[in-house]
Design a protein around this ligand. Structure first.
Ligand code: BTN
Length: 250
Protein backbone atom coordinates (compact mmCIF):
# COMPACT_ATOMS: atom_id res chain seq x y z
CA UNK A 1 0.00 0.00 0.00
CA UNK A 2 1.00 3.61 -0.56
CA UNK A 3 0.77 6.32 2.06
CA UNK A 4 1.36 10.03 1.79
CA UNK A 5 3.46 10.64 4.84
CA UNK A 6 3.67 14.09 6.41
CA UNK A 7 6.09 14.41 9.30
CA UNK A 8 5.28 17.44 11.43
CA UNK A 9 7.84 18.73 13.94
CA UNK A 10 5.05 20.26 16.01
CA UNK A 11 1.30 20.52 15.64
CA UNK A 12 -1.59 21.09 18.03
CA UNK A 13 -3.29 17.81 17.11
CA UNK A 14 -2.72 15.53 14.11
CA UNK A 15 -6.47 14.80 14.15
CA UNK A 16 -7.42 18.45 14.01
CA UNK A 17 -4.81 19.04 11.31
CA UNK A 18 -6.00 16.16 9.08
CA UNK A 19 -9.68 17.07 9.54
CA UNK A 20 -8.80 20.45 8.10
CA UNK A 21 -6.61 19.02 5.32
CA UNK A 22 -9.34 16.53 4.45
CA UNK A 23 -11.80 19.35 3.72
CA UNK A 24 -9.14 20.79 1.42
CA UNK A 25 -9.13 17.50 -0.48
CA UNK A 26 -5.92 15.88 0.73
CA UNK A 27 -5.45 12.34 -0.64
CA UNK A 28 -6.83 9.09 0.75
CA UNK A 29 -4.03 7.41 2.70
CA UNK A 30 -2.46 10.61 3.99
CA UNK A 31 -0.73 10.05 7.31
CA UNK A 32 0.33 12.93 9.54
CA UNK A 33 2.81 12.01 12.24
CA UNK A 34 3.82 14.52 14.90
CA UNK A 35 7.01 14.72 16.87
CA UNK A 36 5.27 17.00 19.34
CA UNK A 37 1.54 17.55 19.83
CA UNK A 38 0.65 20.56 21.93
CA UNK A 39 -3.11 19.88 22.19
CA UNK A 40 -3.62 16.17 21.57
CA UNK A 41 -7.24 15.13 21.69
CA UNK A 42 -8.58 12.07 23.48
CA UNK A 43 -12.00 10.46 23.46
CA UNK A 44 -14.87 12.04 25.42
CA UNK A 45 -13.34 15.51 25.15
CA UNK A 46 -10.25 14.53 27.13
CA UNK A 47 -6.74 15.69 26.28
CA UNK A 48 -4.02 13.30 25.18
CA UNK A 49 -0.78 14.14 26.93
CA UNK A 50 2.57 13.28 25.41
CA UNK A 51 6.16 14.34 25.67
CA UNK A 52 8.82 14.56 22.97
CA UNK A 53 9.82 11.00 22.11
CA UNK A 54 7.41 9.67 24.72
CA UNK A 55 4.77 8.49 22.31
CA UNK A 56 4.02 7.71 18.70
CA UNK A 57 1.24 10.07 17.64
CA UNK A 58 -0.24 9.99 14.17
CA UNK A 59 -3.46 10.22 12.20
CA UNK A 60 -4.48 8.51 8.99
CA UNK A 61 -7.05 9.82 6.53
CA UNK A 62 -9.19 7.10 4.98
CA UNK A 63 -11.96 7.78 2.49
CA UNK A 64 -14.99 5.51 2.13
CA UNK A 65 -17.65 5.21 -0.57
CA UNK A 66 -20.25 4.50 2.08
CA UNK A 67 -21.62 6.98 4.58
CA UNK A 68 -20.99 7.07 8.31
CA UNK A 69 -23.91 4.61 8.76
CA UNK A 70 -21.77 1.90 7.16
CA UNK A 71 -18.78 2.42 9.45
CA UNK A 72 -20.01 0.87 12.69
CA UNK A 73 -17.29 -1.22 14.28
CA UNK A 74 -14.54 0.70 12.50
CA UNK A 75 -12.84 1.80 15.71
CA UNK A 76 -12.77 -1.78 17.00
CA UNK A 77 -11.12 -2.94 13.78
CA UNK A 78 -8.45 -0.27 14.17
CA UNK A 79 -7.70 -1.58 17.66
CA UNK A 80 -7.37 -5.11 16.32
CA UNK A 81 -5.03 -3.96 13.52
CA UNK A 82 -2.74 -2.25 16.04
CA UNK A 83 -2.84 -5.22 18.39
CA UNK A 84 -1.73 -7.48 15.54
CA UNK A 85 1.09 -5.09 14.62
CA UNK A 86 2.28 -5.20 18.24
CA UNK A 87 1.97 -8.99 18.40
CA UNK A 88 4.12 -9.17 15.25
CA UNK A 89 7.01 -7.49 17.05
CA UNK A 90 6.70 -9.85 20.00
CA UNK A 91 4.40 -7.94 22.33
CA UNK A 92 2.07 -10.91 22.65
CA UNK A 93 0.41 -9.91 25.91
CA UNK A 94 -1.27 -6.81 24.50
CA UNK A 95 -5.07 -7.03 24.60
CA UNK A 96 -8.06 -4.89 23.71
CA UNK A 97 -10.38 -3.03 26.01
CA UNK A 98 -13.71 -2.21 24.42
CA UNK A 99 -14.21 -0.14 22.42
CA UNK A 100 -10.65 0.49 21.31
CA UNK A 101 -7.97 0.85 23.96
CA UNK A 102 -4.80 -1.23 23.89
CA UNK A 103 -4.09 -2.60 27.35
CA UNK A 104 -1.77 -5.01 29.09
CA UNK A 105 -1.89 -6.75 32.46
CA UNK A 106 1.16 -5.50 34.33
CA UNK A 107 1.90 -5.91 38.04
CA UNK A 108 -1.62 -7.19 38.64
CA UNK A 109 -3.42 -4.27 36.99
CA UNK A 110 -4.63 -3.37 33.52
CA UNK A 111 -2.48 -0.60 32.06
CA UNK A 112 -3.32 1.46 28.98
CA UNK A 113 -0.69 1.39 26.23
CA UNK A 114 -2.50 3.44 23.65
CA UNK A 115 -5.75 4.87 22.42
CA UNK A 116 -7.66 5.65 19.26
CA UNK A 117 -9.78 8.66 18.34
CA UNK A 118 -11.77 8.51 15.11
CA UNK A 119 -13.41 11.63 13.75
CA UNK A 120 -15.76 11.40 10.77
CA UNK A 121 -16.65 13.72 7.93
CA UNK A 122 -19.62 13.41 5.60
CA UNK A 123 -23.21 12.41 6.30
CA UNK A 124 -24.84 9.08 7.13
CA UNK A 125 -25.43 8.15 3.48
CA UNK A 126 -22.98 9.75 1.01
CA UNK A 127 -19.20 9.21 0.84
CA UNK A 128 -17.35 9.78 4.07
CA UNK A 129 -13.86 10.28 5.39
CA UNK A 130 -12.41 9.06 8.67
CA UNK A 131 -9.51 10.69 10.45
CA UNK A 132 -8.08 7.82 12.46
CA UNK A 133 -5.95 9.16 15.28
CA UNK A 134 -3.60 6.89 17.17
CA UNK A 135 -1.48 7.51 20.23
CA UNK A 136 0.87 4.78 21.46
CA UNK A 137 2.79 5.31 24.70
CA UNK A 138 6.50 4.58 24.36
CA UNK A 139 7.92 6.02 27.56
CA UNK A 140 5.88 7.43 30.42
CA UNK A 141 7.68 9.68 32.84
CA UNK A 142 6.74 9.78 36.48
CA UNK A 143 5.57 13.40 36.36
CA UNK A 144 3.19 12.59 33.53
CA UNK A 145 1.91 9.40 35.11
CA UNK A 146 0.60 11.47 37.99
CA UNK A 147 -1.49 13.62 35.63
CA UNK A 148 -3.34 10.64 34.18
CA UNK A 149 -6.10 9.10 36.28
CA UNK A 150 -5.72 5.54 35.00
CA UNK A 151 -2.69 3.21 35.05
CA UNK A 152 -0.62 3.75 31.90
CA UNK A 153 2.48 2.05 30.56
CA UNK A 154 4.95 2.70 27.75
CA UNK A 155 5.75 0.07 25.13
CA UNK A 156 9.47 0.51 25.86
CA UNK A 157 8.84 -0.34 29.49
CA UNK A 158 6.84 -3.40 28.46
CA UNK A 159 9.37 -4.45 25.83
CA UNK A 160 12.39 -3.84 28.04
CA UNK A 161 14.13 -1.99 25.23
CA UNK A 162 13.73 1.15 23.19
CA UNK A 163 11.53 0.53 20.18
CA UNK A 164 12.30 2.16 16.85
CA UNK A 165 9.30 4.47 16.44
CA UNK A 166 9.70 4.67 12.64
CA UNK A 167 9.64 0.92 12.29
CA UNK A 168 6.65 0.73 14.61
CA UNK A 169 4.83 3.33 12.50
CA UNK A 170 5.56 1.33 9.34
CA UNK A 171 4.15 -1.85 10.87
CA UNK A 172 1.08 -0.06 12.18
CA UNK A 173 0.34 1.48 8.78
CA UNK A 174 0.75 -1.84 6.97
CA UNK A 175 -1.63 -3.54 9.41
CA UNK A 176 -4.09 -0.64 9.21
CA UNK A 177 -4.24 -0.71 5.41
CA UNK A 178 -4.86 -4.45 5.39
CA UNK A 179 -7.59 -4.27 8.02
CA UNK A 180 -9.22 -1.18 6.51
CA UNK A 181 -9.46 -2.89 3.13
CA UNK A 182 -10.98 -6.00 4.71
CA UNK A 183 -13.37 -3.83 6.72
CA UNK A 184 -14.49 -2.02 3.55
CA UNK A 185 -15.19 -5.35 1.90
CA UNK A 186 -16.77 -7.33 4.75
CA UNK A 187 -17.70 -4.95 7.59
CA UNK A 188 -17.10 -5.59 11.28
CA UNK A 189 -18.74 -9.03 11.40
CA UNK A 190 -15.66 -10.43 9.60
CA UNK A 191 -13.54 -9.48 12.66
CA UNK A 192 -16.05 -10.18 15.41
CA UNK A 193 -14.64 -13.54 16.57
CA UNK A 194 -11.02 -12.41 16.43
CA UNK A 195 -11.86 -9.24 18.29
CA UNK A 196 -13.55 -11.11 21.14
CA UNK A 197 -10.63 -13.54 21.35
CA UNK A 198 -8.40 -10.60 22.28
CA UNK A 199 -10.82 -8.79 24.57
CA UNK A 200 -9.27 -8.29 28.01
CA UNK A 201 -12.71 -8.43 29.68
CA UNK A 202 -14.29 -11.26 27.69
CA UNK A 203 -16.60 -13.24 30.02
CA UNK A 204 -15.37 -11.10 32.90
CA UNK A 205 -17.35 -9.26 35.58
CA UNK A 206 -17.30 -5.51 34.96
CA UNK A 207 -18.78 -2.27 36.20
CA UNK A 208 -20.40 -0.10 33.55
CA UNK A 209 -20.12 3.60 34.14
CA UNK A 210 -23.16 5.23 32.52
CA UNK A 211 -23.19 8.76 31.14
CA UNK A 212 -25.46 9.84 34.04
CA UNK A 213 -22.91 8.63 36.62
CA UNK A 214 -24.80 5.44 37.51
CA UNK A 215 -22.67 2.29 37.94
CA UNK A 216 -24.17 -0.97 36.67
CA UNK A 217 -22.50 -4.32 37.41
CA UNK A 218 -22.58 -7.03 34.78
CA UNK A 219 -20.67 -9.68 32.90
CA UNK A 220 -19.29 -9.20 29.39
CA UNK A 221 -20.67 -11.82 27.02
CA UNK A 222 -19.28 -10.49 23.73
CA UNK A 223 -19.45 -7.84 21.04
CA UNK A 224 -22.30 -7.71 18.53
CA UNK A 225 -21.79 -7.84 14.75
CA UNK A 226 -21.88 -4.04 14.58
CA UNK A 227 -19.39 -3.60 17.43
CA UNK A 228 -21.60 -2.79 20.41
CA UNK A 229 -20.76 -4.42 23.77
CA UNK A 230 -23.03 -7.23 25.02
CA UNK A 231 -23.36 -7.41 28.78
CA UNK A 232 -25.44 -9.63 31.02
CA UNK A 233 -26.89 -7.40 33.74
CA UNK A 234 -29.57 -7.78 36.42
CA UNK A 235 -32.01 -6.61 33.70
CA UNK A 236 -30.94 -9.31 31.25
CA UNK A 237 -28.67 -9.08 28.23
CA UNK A 238 -28.06 -5.51 27.10
CA UNK A 239 -26.11 -3.86 24.27
CA UNK A 240 -24.22 -0.65 24.61
CA UNK A 241 -22.68 1.77 22.13
CA UNK A 242 -19.31 3.34 22.69
CA UNK A 243 -20.85 6.72 23.53
CA UNK A 244 -23.07 5.32 26.28
CA UNK A 245 -20.74 3.70 28.80
CA UNK A 246 -17.20 3.22 29.93
CA UNK A 247 -16.10 -0.11 31.31
CA UNK A 248 -14.10 -0.92 34.46
CA UNK A 249 -13.02 -4.37 35.56
CA UNK A 250 -14.97 -5.39 38.66
C1 BTN B 1 -8.06 8.07 23.77
O1 BTN B 1 -7.58 7.06 24.29
O2 BTN B 1 -8.82 8.81 24.41
C2 BTN B 1 -7.71 8.39 22.33
C3 BTN B 1 -6.37 9.05 22.22
C4 BTN B 1 -6.00 9.40 20.81
C5 BTN B 1 -4.72 10.21 20.74
C6 BTN B 1 -4.22 10.38 19.34
S1 BTN B 1 -2.59 11.06 19.29
C7 BTN B 1 -2.69 11.30 17.57
C8 BTN B 1 -4.11 11.77 17.28
N1 BTN B 1 -4.20 13.21 17.38
C9 BTN B 1 -4.96 13.60 18.40
O3 BTN B 1 -5.18 14.77 18.73
N2 BTN B 1 -5.45 12.52 19.06
C10 BTN B 1 -5.03 11.28 18.42
Amino acid sequence: PWFHLQVLAQVDSTNRYLMQESVRGVAHGTCAVAQIQTAGRGRRGRTWLSQLGGSLTFSLLWRFQCGAAGLSGLSLVIGLALLRALHEIGLNDVQLKWPNDLVVMYQGQWHKLGGILIELQGDMEGPSAAVIGIGLNLEIEQAMRQQIEQPVLGLNQLFGQTLNANELLGRCLAALALHLNQFTEHGFSYFQEAWMAHHAFHQQPVNLLMANGQVVPGQVVGVAEEGSLLVETANGRQRFNAGEISVRSA
